[in-house]
Design a protein around this ligand. Structure first.
Ligand SMILES: O=P(O)(O)OP(=O)(O)OP(=O)(O)OC[C@H]1O[C@@H](n2cnc3c(O)ncnc32)[C@H](O)[C@@H]1O
Length: 196
């Protein structure tokens, strides 16, 4: 089964390929630039991305939106994660969280269009931001919070873990697994209709 993934984020694409290959789903990257609203919930932004990719004529396609939330700041940066990080970097995050509650969580959502049907899957991972944030930190491709995020129950940041360990803590992997189950069900149902 082939599924397109409309994203420009290499980290997201690599994770989706890794997780979905276990379900026999072959992920093909579709590096299109989708406009994102600057307020609202992650789910709302995800559905907006799906609406745009459908309007471009694509089906059998998924989109993903994700963000990090700091307990010290109400709903921030959330849907603005990429825009905020691109401007303030680790130096800004360090200043923002100095002396503040380091509790944080990732929230992610995946929306898929399959033969015109829509599936929406959300998940979250709770943890805390590394304290202090070192000066010489290097961002991972597309996933800059991995080197400074420690999931609950762990002492190491995500970037220090193997892909298998990371997957255990990944909200994206959980959402992808839910989506894979849903897709396989869609296929089974389609097959029954066809063979009736
Ligand atoms: O093309 P798209 O899929 O939109 O890719 P993007 O990078 O613009 O993705 P988002 O709009 O969802 O931005 C979310 C940002 O949150 C960060 N992020 C998302 N998921 C992450 C993860 O699992 N680990 C670390 N950082 C993450 C990273 O900075 C992303 O660029």
């Amino acid at each position: 089964m082939k599924l397109q993934f409309a994203t420009q984020n290499e980290g997201k694409l690599a994770e989706a390929k890794r997780v979905l290959s276990r379900f026999g789903i072959d992920v093909i990257g579709l590096p299109v630039d989708l406009w994102e609203p600057s307020s609202g919930e992650i789910q709302t932004v995800t559905m907006e991305k799906l609406r745009q990719i459908r309007r471009m004529g694509y089906d059998r396609v998924m989109v993903d939106d994700a963000g990090i939330f700091f307990a010290a700041y109400d709903h921030f940066p959330g849907v603005l994660t990429k825009r905020v990080f691109d401007r303030i970097g680790y130096r800004g995050v360090r200043k923002l969280l100095e002396g503040e509650d380091r509790t944080a969580w990732f929230e992610g959502c995946i929306a898929v269009s399959w033969d015109g049907r829509t599936g929406l899957f959300s998940a979250r991972t709770s943890g805390r931001i590394l304290d202090p944030i070192p000066d010489d930190i290097r961002p991972e491709a597309g996933l800059p919070f991995n080197p400074i995020f420690i999931p609950d129950g762990e002492t190491r940041v995500l970037a220090a873990m193997t892909p298998e360990e990371q997957m255990k803590h990944s909200y994206r992997s959980r959402a992808l697994e839910q989506m894979a189950e849903w897709l396989l069900n869609q296929q089974r149902e389609g097959f029954h209709l066809f063979s009736r």
